[in-house]
Design a protein around this ligand. Structure first.
Ligand code: SAH
Length: 408
């Protein structure tokens, strides 16, 4: 196996179980004897050793500033049954914390570094697991991963692979980036048209073929449940609603009216399907395809107000260098929403940009409140749920943050 040697003292972070090796930490690369080229192939497993020749671990080689993502510490090679063992462990965690129940078969099974599998995301929807590779190493291992999923997770029969947007774009990978890896019952579009996954007793149509990310935002489950607690008799706006997660919980919580808004017509179609399935008689819900800023401006001009607004925009900053603009974006959208909240109303506001930290987001929301002259208090500080664990040695895994504000 190819061996990567680190410069002196660069082993410290690996000894503290941080799973990344940066290219600048490498002193030399000794290629496997079978190697044809003059560098490791992206995605190949490599052994990492310290300058003093201690074995630090085995990981996937990557082109870029993160050169290796460690899969197993303290060993030279991946042990037999590695994928099954890691997947079983992740499943046991979800089971032991009560996430897998007859009324909840929707959960994130693998959250990258948070489940000690850097570069891998797996969401489970009823009988289907949707797999995303964020590294070429995981792409290379996709079939073994799919087999382990079916073997270790009792509810999973189908495995769909969806990595067209997530693999490093420069990587010339072999094999399909999208498609079923395991599909025993000739699952087809019809499967999708009859498909329902259950989250806290609510049914969701999840379209992993055409939807965003893996098809659903599992990460808002607990925060949606909190909206349910506050929704009774309220006029609710669910802005950036996607498939209507927050809207269904608000309806179940007894909201007077719920408006769901998203720029994507496909998302709006799914919201309508989901509302019809769960609340066939609901007359107090409407879904609108519109741009958030335009919708809020038009509604404000028309004198519309709400008791409870949810703002869950897409990541405004995908990279560190976009943080400044992102903060301006958060400030603007929050100011617009706060203006439309009746005195004594509530705002649920979120940022899923990993590059924007908690403090910066909080400041952006504060300056939004100040700019429209409203008195605001924090009721809750929210974050990603328990099936998106943060590896304590890899704090970069924290990305979702939210504030629940009481607006006077
Ligand atoms: N709250 C959702 C997830 C939101 S994801 C849930 O619980 O599932 C962000 C959503 O914002 C996407 O559906 C995307 O289509 C939508 N979006 C992106 N830009 C937008 C814009 N300018 N105006 C309105 N919606 C937008």
């Amino acid at each position: 196996m190819t061996t990567i040697y680190l410069k002196p003292h660069k082993e410290e972070s690996l000894k503290r179980f941080h799973p990344w090796v940066f290219s600048g930490a490498i002193s030399k690369v000794v290629l496997d004897a079978k190697h044809q080229g003059d560098a490791p192939v992206e995605g190949e497993p490599v052994t990492v050793r310290s300058a003093a020749n201690e074995v630090l671990g085995v990981g996937h080689w990557q082109v870029g500033s993160i050169a290796v993502r460690i899969l197993a510490f303290g060993v030279e090679e991946l042990p037999e049954g590695f994928w099954s063992e890691r997947i079983r462990a992740a499943y046991q965690v979800r089971l032991s914390i009560g996430l897998i129940r007859p009324d909840n078969n929707t959960f994130r099974l693998i959250h990258g570094e948070g489940d000690f599998l850097p570069g891998l995301i797996v969401d489970v929807y009823a009988d289907t697991a949707v797999v995303q590779a964020h590294s070429v190493g995981m792409h290379v291992c996709r079939k073994e991963i799919a087999e382990a999923l079916v073997k270790e997770v009792p509810q999973v029969e189908n495995v769909y692979y969806k990595s067209d947007d997530t693999l490093p774009f420069k990587a010339p990978v072999e094999g399909e980036k999208v498609g079923y890896l395991i599909q025993p019952s000739a699952v087809s579009i019809q499967h999708l048209d009859e498909f329902w996954s259950t989250e806290n007793g609510l049914s969701f149509r999840i379209d992993w073929l055409r939807g965003q990310k893996t098809g659903f935002f599992v990460d808002q489950r607990e925060n949606r449940a909190l909206v349910e607690r506050y929704a009774a008799n309220k006029d609710v706006l669910n802005m950036f609603c996607y498939t209507g997660g927050f809207s269904l919980y608000a309806l179940r919580g007894g909201a007077k009216t719920v408006d769901s808004v998203d720029v994507s017509q496909k998302a709006i179609d799914l919201v309508n399907i989901n509302v019809a399935r769960n609340f066939p008689d609901a007359k107090n819900h409407q879904a609108v395809a519109a741009d958030a800023f335009e919708y809020l401006t038009a509604q404000k001009n028309a004198g519309k107000t709400y008791d409870l607004i949810i703002l869950d925009p897409p990541a405004f900053a995908k990279h560190r260098d976009a943080v400044k603009n992102a903060l301006r974006g958060y400030q603007r959208i929050n100011a617009k929403a706060i203006e439309m909240i009746r005195p004594g109303g509530i705002l649920f506001t979120f940022s899923c940009s990993q590059a924007v930290d908690k403090e910066a987001f909080r400041l952006a929301v504060f300056s939004a409140a100040a700019s429209v002259g409203r008195k605001v208090r924090i009721l809750h500080q929210l974050h990603q749920p328990q099936d998106h664990p943060i590896n304590i040695y890899h704090p970069e895994g924290e990305y979702l943050k939210g504030l629940v504000l009481y607006i006077e």
